[in-house]
Design a protein around this ligand. Sequence first.
Ligand SMILES: Cc1ncc(COP(=O)(O)O)c(C=O)c1O
Length: 452
Amino acid sequence: MVKTYNLKGPKIVVEPPGPKSKKAMARKEKYVTNGIKIGLPASLEIAEGPFLKDVDGNVYLDFTVGIGVHNCGHRPAALVKACQDQLDKFIHICFMVSPYESYLKLAEEMSKITPGRLQKSIFLNSGSEAIENAVKIARAYTKRKYIISYKTAFHGRTFLDISLTGKEKPYREGFGPLVPYVQLVDYAYCYRCPLRLEYPSCNLACADSIRTVMETSPLEGDVCCLVGEPVQGEGGFIPPPPGYWEKIRKICDDNGAVFIDDEVQTGFGRTGKMFGIQNWKVVPDMLVSGKGLSLGMPLGGVSGKDEIMSAPGPASLGGTFGGNPVCCAGALESIKLTKKVLPNTKMINRVEKKRLNEWKDKFEAVGDVRGIGAMMGAEFVKTRKGKEPLPELTRNIQLNCFKHGLYILTAGAYGNVIRLHPPLIIKQDLLEKGLDILEAAIAEEIKKAGLA
Ligand SMILES: Cc1ncc(COP(=O)(O)O)c(C=O)c1O
């Protein structure tokens, strides 16, 4: 049986963080590493559908969904049931010891739902670990050294992943030396074009600059792979313009480099398609999934072309828990549930686009509004002309929303982007209610900061 709570909200009964949450935060300070920073200081008790309930009785509307994980809302009954059924059979065996059905079936399903012919998969414990494995496999296949990634990308927290992630603080600072043979390149961040050009007259010159990097010494003939998020997530919800990934695909092909599509944040419906790259006419060589893959059960995956996935030698990949049977059972349910909620992303996109553009007209500080599908965000700046980033205002907006019962996340190379991750199951009236809270927070914090 799946327990239900019938949570309704948003409803604030005591100003957050309430007394019990404050006590929890004090324990966090005492017993948990300083390296983990808490974004919103409410200790949570129950999550259901689009809502979170804290230990002080407050109910929040959740536009963070565990950082882009619970696309189908918290604890969908079918998923909980599938995991319970698997728990009743066995919790863990290790796929390296003996195969089992949920892993095999998931690998089979991934070959059907991924674009192109990504026939073989491996499952790991997280998005970070999946990126590690994707690059290892690409190295084994190409026998080449260099890995290309983007300056504003985010690919996880392991040594390789932070080496592929450009943002120094907080991700890389103090942890060096990092992994060698990683070349970071400029992304198609049109609002802050690294080449100071404008789309479409730029003819995607930023992509051409990557060709130059690949075709010039010392990388020439030695590029193993390019790793890219179809829409940058932590980087600030930045979709590249039409034609961008097609051009990158061609550059990879011309140079024998594997194109690794990091779908950890964009995959499983967030961009309005099952995978973000399907918004472009491009088929990757390898696709990395995580987050929404199993809707909260920890799982990462790499799916790729047969010839690439067959390159590593026997026993060269694996791990004790990778592809845990309960997580794979959850992922099989996630695929079914995600297919069902995909059409709702059209409503989310329409409503969010309208509201965000109204805010851009109304507030000078809303410098840019962008995104695709249900992956929309806004970038906050001091002036339209100078585009000076306002991370403090952005953080204050986030905290203001929190006090009024809405969970939202910030992002961006400068920490000045509000990103919206509503669950894809959300109904229009609740979405509008959340956006009302956000609009009031923006207006209030802009006023407090003495901005227009
Ligand atoms: C695009 C992208 N890749 C990789 C990761 C790392 O995934 P995980 O946190 O599951 O290790 C993330 C996490 O936010 C991500 O957004």
